[in-house]
Design a protein around this ligand. Structure first.
Ligand SMILES: *Cc1c(COP(=O)(O)O)cnc(C)c1O
Length: 462
């Protein structure tokens, strides 16, 4: 059929708005938004006619346009920020918001958000106070730092430190540590963007202490250690650690800064998680240590800078801090999370990230069996439990694979289609697709999510 006829058969905005099904949507969608959507589907249809994708007047019927509109509404619904179920097994999934917060942290956000607070008011003197005083004391108690400040994320922490101490100065860093952390954080670029001059030393696999020493000149600002938190170089390797570099830093009176990234507070090696440096260990040698709040620490998105008083004081005087500072809700959640670490045993159970990392295999199996029975009893799906592995994610413990149990869903629906249906379900369910199967990793699913998974599965129509 020619395009003119197709255009003529296209319903008008009013035709659509006055059709029964679309009118019925007005209460939930709102009249303005509904009108926008109607205009969008008509515009889409117009384009499809022009491009030749629509050739049949049936494709521009009111019913077809209504279906298009519903699909747009669905896209808008899933686009909105909302809870999803992380069944991927990646504990610190950056795309899925990294750490889930502990209950006390969630409660702290609620209480601080709904009341006036002493954010910058010091009750002890009845005057304007320091936003970072309380958190500084807490970080100091837990890590041995003199003091600390908190900024938007660890990338901001690194930028603030570099721009405060190393602007127009040479920063000596090992070639083996020129890290890229997913997206736009690349150490060489960050250094350049803050006005520093990268002085890379050593090679990818080997850097010696003498490489650092040979690079020192009158324009050297200091040393930057970057924790290679998201990859490992293995084999014929060598890198001086902070203890070695501390001696050199002292000898030449240069600052030693450490971008620790993952921010591990407690040693987890007894849980099969390998030796990673803890914040406290690194603070024994470094002047400043920077780490993320929402990686292994298990708190909100934030960047913590902890270390020597004179350096923290200088950071507090950098104008940039004002632009990078965190809000009261983040401070509340971070404070509450850190307080749990006063009792390390409690931290292992109450901080969701640590709990997911250290839960026993027996417990995981028991939980997988519970979910499996629910699926078998309450849905039309069949499933089985298979053994598999979880990765930590969030640029942490790159070489660790934790044993886990997976629910493998059986269905006649093709995997790609089923995966999309699960993502568009009432509680968007992000599963792991592997070898033509949909897998749910029990390690990253919480018990209260079991019922939601059942609801999702029951909502699926092939
Ligand atoms: C994750 C990471 C960063 C970036 O931290 P964000 O909190 O994501 O901004 C920087 N450096 C290292 C070494 C990291 O692991």
């Amino acid at each position: 059929m020619d395009q003119k006829k197709l255009f003529r058969s296209l319903p008008s905005v009013n035709d659509l708005l006055n059709s029964d099904k679309i009118t019925n949507l007005e209460d939930t969608v709102g009249s303005n938004e509904l009108k926008n959507l109607v205009q969008e589907v008509i515009e889409d249809a117009r384009k499809s006619i022009l491009s030749g994708d629509i050739t049949d007047p049936g494709e521009v019927s009111i019913e077809c346009m209504y279906q298009d509109l519903l699909s747009k509404l669905d896209d808008d619904r899933v686009l909105e920020l909302q809870p999803v179920i992380n069944a991927t097994g990646v504990i610190l999934h950056t795309n899925l918001g990294r750490a889930k917060l502990a209950e006390s942290a969630r409660k702290a956000i609620d209480s601080i958000a709904s009341n006036a607070t002493n954010l910058e008011y010091d009750i002890t003197i009845g005057e304007r106070g320091d936003r970072y005083k309380a958190i500084g004391k807490l970080v100091s108690e837990l890590t041995g730092a003199d003091d600390a400040i908190v900024v938007n994320n660890n990338a901001a922490a690194v930028m603030l430190v570099l721009s405060t101490f190393f602007s127009n100065k040479e920063i000596i860093t090992s070639r083996g540590q020129l890290v890229e952390i997913g997206g736009s954080f690349r150490v060489p670029d960050i250094i350049t963007s803050t006005g520093g001059i990268l002085r890379e030393v050593g090679t990818t696999n080997k850097t010696h202490l003498r490489d650092y020493e040979n690079a020192i000149n009158e324009n050297t600002g200091g040393f930057l250690i970057v924790h290679t938190s998201n990859y490992k170089v293995i084999g014929f390797t060598e890198t001086p650690d902070s203890r070695d570099l501390k001696k050199l830093a002292d000898k030449y009176n240069l600052p030693l800064m450490n971008d620790l990234g993952s921010g591990l507070m407690l040693d987890l090696s007894e849980y099969g998680l390998g030796k990673e440096p803890t914040i406290r260990q690194e603070l024994q040698n470094c002047d400043l240590v920077m780490f993320s709040g929402d990686k292994l620490l298990g708190g909100p998105q934030a960047g913590v800078i902890a270390g020597k008083q004179e350096y923290i004081d200088k950071l507090k005087h950098n104008q940039l801090l004002r632009a990078l500072r965190v809000d009261k809700m983040t401070l509340a959640a971070l404070t509450a999370t850190l307080k749990i670490y006063r009792d390390p045993k409690k931290a292992m159970t109450e901080i969701p990230v640590l709990n997911a990392l250290t839960v026993t295999e027996d417990k995981l199996k028991e939980r997988a069996e519970n979910l499996l029975s629910l699926i078998k009893d309450k849905t039309k799906f069949n499933a089985e439990i298979v053994a598999g592995h979880t990765v930590v994610g969030g640029g942490s413990f790159p070489d660790v694979q934790l044993p886990t149990y997976l629910i493998s869903l059986e269905s006649d629906i093709p995997v790609v289609k089923l995966d999309k249906l699960l993502k568009y379900a009432k509680y968007p369910l992000i599963s792991r697709v592997h070898d033509e199967s949909i897998l749910f990793d029990i390690r990253t699913i919480d018990d209260p999510e079991f019922d939601k998974i059942i609801t999702d599965l029951n909502g699926i129509k092939a």
